[in-house]
Structures are given as C-alpha cells and as structure tokens.
Design a protein around this ligand. Structure first.
Ligand code: MG
Length: 241
C-alpha cells in the first residue's frame, strides 16, 4: 500500500507541484538514462485535467529535456525556475543565463573527461556536475566548481544527490512554486509540493508555510513507485469512493 499523508485533500482545492528525478522517476545511473514508465505522462495529463490544470513539474532539468520525457500539456518550471512554461506551451518567464557559465563549462568538461564516471550536464541556465557513477571524485569536483564560481556573484552553487548545481542565481524551486501560484489556474489554491532532494527543501518549506503541504518522496511516500501509485489513484478518482 502506498503510504501518504491522509490530510492531503487532492485534487479539488490544491495545486500539485512535482519534482522529477528521484520523485516521479527512479534515479538512473545518469540523468540521460532516466525514462518515465510509459503510462506516466498520460496519467499526469489525466490528473491535471481533474485538477483544472493546476499541476506543474518543477525540476532542475532543461525545458527541452522535460518536454522530451513528458510531452506537451503540463505546466513546467525548468532549471529550478529559471524558465517557466504553461500547459499550453507558452513561455511565461525566462532568466538571463550568467555569461560566466560557458567558460566554466569548458574547464569542467576537461575535468570530468579525466575522471571516469563523472559527467557534466550543460544546461541553458546552469551546469550540473554528476558523480553518482564515481563517488570518489565528488569532493575534488565540488571544490573545483566552488573555486571557479567564486569570482562570479551571479552564480549560485547548490549541492544535490551525488551532484552539484552551478546555476544562474535568482530562482529556486520555491520561487518557481510561488510564481505559478500568482497566475491561473494555480492562484487561490493550496500548494502541495513533492520532492526528494536538497534542492527541493526550499519548495517543501514554502508549501508548508503557505498552508499547503511540502512532502518528501521517500519519507512521506516510500519512494517514486509508491508516489506514482498514489498519483494513479488520484488520476482515476479513486479517492472519491
Ligand atoms: Mg529530485
């Protein structure tokens, strides 16, 4: 049985915000290898339909990547809120990428090439260093990234699960959640956010502070598979019975 907090009353009066990796999707060896179960995109669209479209994905992934995985029809905050897109495909807000990112990426590409198992994900508004496949390199790569980012006040570093995000500052998952809550169809609803990682903590705290629910994928549900089972129940309306 999926374990979830019974006080969460979905879907009528809530807006639902979901992280992707480690929340909707199980962790893969590399982010490029994570694939949704075939029924998941349709299930999310069905659930969004039941919730007046007040459902959004909030992820560190690039917009193009999220669109490739989940298709159209669901609102998205990509790259920790640097880019917001509504369910119709319209871009709502977009940050300006920090110019220091590309030169730093060139140095980090060389660094990961010399460290088997580590990889650099180059995004529009940031970079993610991954060492899930090579934990021994973690401390060294994180120190290098910190050194490279230090002279650039526009960049922020955020530790993640066996990874480090180097991002254009000014947004996080909490600001993304609030940006959605200012506009239809999210405005006036109580936010329910589900995430699994350090980068999700601000949004978990903000959802709680706003009177909604900030939930942890593993602590509150027991993992992505149980969360997906809960979402399937909601999408099919089984909570009515
Ligand atoms: Mg996550």
């Amino acid at each position: 049985m999926p374990h979830y907090p019974s006080h969460v009353n979905l879907p009528r009066d809530c807006a639902l915000f979901l992280d992707i990796d480690g929340t909707l999707l199980d962790f893969a060896a590399a982010p490029g290898l994570a694939v949704p179960p075939p029924e998941l995109p349709g299930l999310l669209r069905q659930l969004a339909g039941r919730m007046g479209s007040a459902l959004a994905l909030i992820s560190g992934r690039m917009l193009a990547d999220i669109e490739r995985l989940f298709g159209p029809g669901i609102a998205v905050a990509a790259e920790h809120g640097a880019c917001l897109r509504d369910a119709s495909g319209r871009i709502l807000t977009e940050a300006v990428p920090d110019p220091a990112l590309r030169p730093i990426a060139a140095i980090l590409h060389a660094a990961v090439a010399a460290r088997p198992g580590a990889l650099l994900e180059e995004k529009r508004f940031g970079l993610t260093l991954h060492w899930r496949g090579a934990p021994a390199w973690g401390a060294e790569l994180a120190a290098l990234a910190a050194e490279l980012a230090a002279p650039h006040p526009g960049l922020v570093l955020l530790p993640a699960h066996a990874a480090l995000e180097i991002r254009t500052g000014g947004n996080d998952k909490a600001s993304a959640l609030e940006a959605f809550l200012r506009i239809a169809p999210f405005a006036g609803r109580l936010p329910v956010f589900v995430g699994d990682d350090v980068t999700d903590e601000p949004a978990i705290a903000r959802a709680n502070a706003l009177g909604g629910a900030g939930l942890h994928t593993n602590r509150d549900f027991g993992g992505p598979a149980a969360l997906r089972a809960w979402l399937a129940e909601l999408a099919e309306g089984r909570e009515d019975g």
